[in-house]
Design a protein around this ligand. Structure first.
Ligand code: MOS
Length: 730
């Protein structure tokens, strides 16, 4: 690339792309240390039981078995992102099928696996609770003896919904459910750990936040944080699934204890059972509007299944709760968000972080209200979408940059030119086409007063009167979204350098400062500002004759916790907005839905790298196809019925629609060069857009995700029996 060519906004390909397609790139399962041993976990495979005895004697007699570790070997046997409530190895009881009871270390992976099979564990089964709606009842079995099952009950109370319902012209009710979703990153959990020459415990793996992984690992082994080093190899996807520690502390335990290098990798089945999922939600909604389409009340109850451990459940639940009324200015809002422990797989972060579940219900309700009023779904949105200066449901002013109307109108323009003029479904054809639209709002960055910052160090290479190059230190995961290239482009732009003159030091917890997690669509905004500010400060110091280097912490505007009873507070400092239109084809004989085309319009503030922004939109829509249609994760009585990709159906290239990503650029006041995050946004309204399109095609409303052929067929039959199903006025 030549000097002066545009560095920001240009579609520069990823520097790591070639190695990834040739196979040269090293993922955690490719890592190797001479003399390394191999670890295998003993999973509980039962949802709730007391551990009576762990007998490792038979396993220890196998040649090549070097150790069988149990809870007694872990100095501080608790971890967790928000709350340390999860044991690394269970002591007295197990709470879900993926709990680990022992860790076997052997000379080969096969020996370790044989040892794991030979470990005898005696259990006494305990009562289970596997439905969050039962878990919240006081008499239900407790998942944790020392605490109630309800992790959080967050309320929002704005205006007076009862009065609004009494005065409304139309009231619509709905009941929705969503399922678990598996992250299905291509590279299952893997890593190696060893002690280095400096006496530090080194863990090489893949994750989303170097310094948080280090904090939790150091705490478990009672070590000072500087004595623990986390390094990230190439990742193979994350999508929130590597926010929680899954395998990494297990392999760290083996190396810490035996003081030899140890490797560990999970099979797909182990990964599916062993790491957290997207939360299933049960949502009941009651919304009201005036004849002119003004939405006057939105009442929603959301009950989420948190699974056996806390993970990030309370934060996910709060996000879902604030988005329960969608991106609409509604005067009267009453929301109850509840998340409970159950004996199911723990749930936590997954792309969208509660917003896709909340939007599936909210956007479906808006379209059903329009239907009940005989209004166009476009018109009802035009009447109610947020404007600059509106307050959100938590009662405070929305952060500046409310652009949901911009993306919505742009989406309409694109849909008019790209989607067919009103498609007339032939009376005899079993293939019915329909079009659906939905809008979305999702926070960029941490919410609810969680400390938010990113720190970067920039060291300039100066010669005479010019800057020849720069080294940027910023501890941040590239989870495949391309954050390292985006941050490098920001540094090159700020210092007026060629891209090749900027070196990035990103993947070592002890060589780079803490930039927070690669999550919440935050890294371009928060990490990007830290890099930009550090570049400017280093240059200022150099021009002032000082050392040409600087470490700068960027802190975005403050947020606050929400009042538990009213929701009052400042939840977020930045939102991303999205509008989508999709065209589907429904086979009314089988209930099979195909998404043919999808338009996804995003306000990204400023596209730092257009190719990667479009890639994020396409990737999120692929996951949206899974969430909306194909990924049916089944747990029965706490047992996972779909732990294989042969039974849990990920969408393939053949399921992908023609995707039209559209970028809108209204600069964000805080983002570097105006950029705001967008990684999660395309997943947020997608399932609701598909549901609206299925309704447009067939007259049937599907209220449960995923919309499997069976569910679609049942909905079509119900709609045929009772035409009033279509947004029945109450
Ligand atoms: Mo994410 S769901 O913010 O890793």
């Amino acid at each position: 690339m030549t000097k002066g060519s545009p560095r920001i906004g240009s579609p520069i390909p990823r520097p790591d792309a070639l190695d990834k397609v040739t196979g040269a790139a090293r993922y955690p399962a490719d890592l190797f240390r001479p003399g390394m041993l191999h670890a295998k976990a003993v999973f509980a495979h039962r949802p709730s039981a007391r551990i009576l005895r762990v007998d490792a004697s038979e396993a220890q007699r196998i040649g090549g078995i070097r150790a069988v570790l149990t809870a007694a070997d872990v100095p501080y046997n608790r971890f967790g992102l928000i709350e340390a409530d999860q044991p690394l190895l269970c002591e007295d009881r197990v709470r879900f099928v993926g709990d680990r009871v022992a860790l076997v270390v052997g000379e080969t992976p096969e020996i370790a696996a044989a040892g794991a099979v030979a470990v005898r564990v005696e259990y006494e089964d305990l009562p289970i609770v596997t439905d969050p709606r039962e878990a919240l009842e006081p008499e239900s079995a407790r998942v944790h003896d020392d605490r109630p099952n309800v992790l959080l009950h967050q309320k929002i109370r704005k205006g007076d919904v009862d009065k609004a319902f009494a005065q409304a012209d139309v009231v619509v009710e709905g009941a929705f459910s969503t399922a678990w979703q598996e992250h299905a990153y291509l590279q299952p959990d893997a890593g190696i750990a060893y002690w280095d020459e400096q006496g530090r415990l080194v863990l090489e793996t893949a994750g989303q936040w170097l310094h948080e992984d280090r904090r939790q690992i150091a705490a478990m082994f009672a070590m000072p944080e500087e004595q623990v080093v986390i390094r990230y190899a190439k990742i193979g996807g994350a999508f929130g699934g590597r926010e929680d520690l899954s395998l990494p502390p297990l392999v760290a335990l083996a190396a810490w204890k035996l003081r030899v290098p140890v490797a560990m990798r999970w099979s797909r089945e182990e990964s599916i059972i062993g790491h957290h999922k997207r939360h299933p939600f049960y949502i009941t909604s009651r919304w009201a509007a005036k004849r002119d389409g003004t939405i006057v009340a939105a009442q929603t109850r959301l009950v989420a299944d948190g699974g056996a451990y806390a993970s990030t459940s309370v934060e996910v639940l709060k996000c879902a709760t604030i988005f329960a009324a969608g991106p609409y200015a509604i005067a009267n809002v009453a929301t109850d968000g509840i998340v409970c422990y159950t004996n199911n797989v723990p749930c936590g972060a997954m792309r969208g972080f509660g917003a896709p579940q909340a939007h599936f219900a909210a956007e479906s309700m808006v379209t059903r209200l329009a239907d009940a009023l005989g209004l166009d779904p476009v018109e009802i949105r035009r009447r109610n979408l947020y404007r600059e200066g509106d307050t959100e449901s938590t009662g405070r002013l929305l952060p500046y940059g409310v652009s949901v109307r911009d993306v919505f109108e742009r989406c309409l323009d694109e849909a008019r030119s790209m989607l067919p003029a009103p498609f007339h479904n032939g009376a005899v054809s079993p293939l019915r086409r329909g079009i659906g639209m939905a809008c979305g709002i999702k926070n960029v960055g941490y919410s609810f007063g969680f400390p938010e910052q990113a720190t970067a160090t920039v060291e300039l290479d100066v010669h005479g009167v010019s800057i020849r190059g720069a080294r940027v230190r910023i501890g941040t995961a590239d989870v495949g979204q391309g954050s390292h290239l985006a941050l490098r482009q920001i540094a090159a732009e700020t210092l007026d350098l060629d891209l090749e003159c900027v070196t990035m030091v990103t993947d070592d917890s002890n060589e780079s400062p803490n930039a927070g997690s690669a999550s919440a669509s935050r890294m371009t905004l928060v990490g990007g500002r830290a890099v930009k500010d550090a570049c400017e400060e280093a240059r200022r110091r150099w021009l002032a004759g000082e050392v040409p280097a600087a470490t700068v912490q960027y802190r975005p505007p403050r947020t606050t916790p929400l009042d538990l009873e009213t929701g009052d507070g400042v939840p977020n400092y930045c939102y991303g907005y999205v509008a989508q239109a999709v065209e589907v084809e429904v086979d009314v004989r089988t209930g099979l839905v195909r998404v043919l085309r999808a338009i996804s319009v995003h306000d990204v503030g400023r596209a730092i790298n257009k190719q990667q922004v479009e890639g994020q939109i396409e990737g999120a829509i692929a996951q949206g196809i899974g969430l909306a249609l194909t990924e049916n994760f089944i747990c029965e009585r706490g047992r996972i019925v779909t732990p294989y990709l042969s039974t849990y159906l990920l969408p393939t290239a053949l399921d992908m629609p023609e995707v039209h990503p559209v970028i809108v650029e209204n600069p964000d006041p805080n983002g570097p060069y105006g950029a705001r995050g967008m990684a999660e946004m395309a997943l947020v309204p997608f399932a609701a857009a598909v549901a609206a399109a299925v309704h447009d095609a067939t007259g049937a409303w599907v209220s449960d995700l995923p919309m499997t052929p069976e569910r679609v067929l049942n909905a079509i039959r119900a709609a045929t029996v009772s035409p009033l199903q279509r947004g029945q006025p109450l």
